[in-house]
Ligand binder design. Sequence first.
Ligand SMILES: NC(=O)c1ccc[n+]([C@@H]2O[C@H](COP(=O)([O-])OP(=O)(O)OC[C@H]3O[C@@H](n4cnc5c(N)ncnc54)[C@H](O)[C@@H]3O)[C@@H](O)[C@H]2O)c1
Length: 249
Amino acid sequence: MGKLENQVAIITGGARGIGRAIAEAFVAEGADVAIADQAPESGTAELLSVLRKGGRRAIYVQTDVTKEAEVKAMVERVEKELGPVEILVNDAGIGEQVLLHEMSSAQWDRMLNVNLRSVFLCTRYVLPQMLERGSGKIISIGSQLGQIGGHEMVHYSASKGGVLAFTKALAREVSTKGVRVNAIAPGPILTDMMKDETDEWRDKKLTEMPIGRFGQAHEVAPTAVFLASDDSSYYVGQTLGPNGGDVML
Ligand SMILES: NC(=O)c1ccc[n+]([C@@H]2O[C@H](COP(=O)([O-])OP(=O)(O)OC[C@H]3O[C@@H](n4cnc5c(N)ncnc54)[C@H](O)[C@@H]3O)[C@@H](O)[C@H]2O)c1
């Protein structure tokens, strides 16, 4: 018996990286999953075949999580095809490095839209049904940069700090109604998001990492399984940090 047996989960940004690792870990624990990502559906055959390998149901719903109508339609389709959504993982996100005094308002708006508005929208459309059933888990992927700030990443850091504050505030609203809300703040994880970093940045950052290396997406996924399962029944509004010791709170 898996820890998430027969539970339906939506994972935004699950086409690759950390979201995909979470989706793979969820099906291994018996969940059925819907991947909501903006990547073209045409490239998702391999992903879906991996997710369905153990007999679990998996669907892909191409969605731009910044667009309200698309998010609403995505949630409706998942409920129709897979059933009531018990777990939402808000993972979709983007990164970018730019100094604040050179940042355009368009860059600011895009970052906040993808990384924070999407968390509001996706949560907004699954939460009423969770409250009605008196059961659900919402897990949002923040970042350690939302805790400590990142150089040339004021907009990213602000969006991720917003995700962590969103988590705490919502947890105060819904925890007595059976819905648990928590966040994950990963450290540097080797995904496509990190591929634009320079060698100079990597070398310097590695010297700062207590564990002496960057993380892998599969090292974040167990934290999501924990927060999605009853093992975390007393965790409310928390931010857990798979970060190699880069941030110690
Ligand atoms: N990689 C890291 O070092 C790191 C560290 C801390 C936090 N995070 C966070 O983890 C999450 C996943 O990042 P990752 O490293 O796996 O990056 P990634 O770039 O590999 O994956 C991000 C996914 O989000 C999707 N996405 C982006 N914009 C979208 C939109 N508007 N609508 C729908 N989907 C969209 C992309 O298509 C992609 O599949 C992000 O929120 C990121 O900020 C990453």
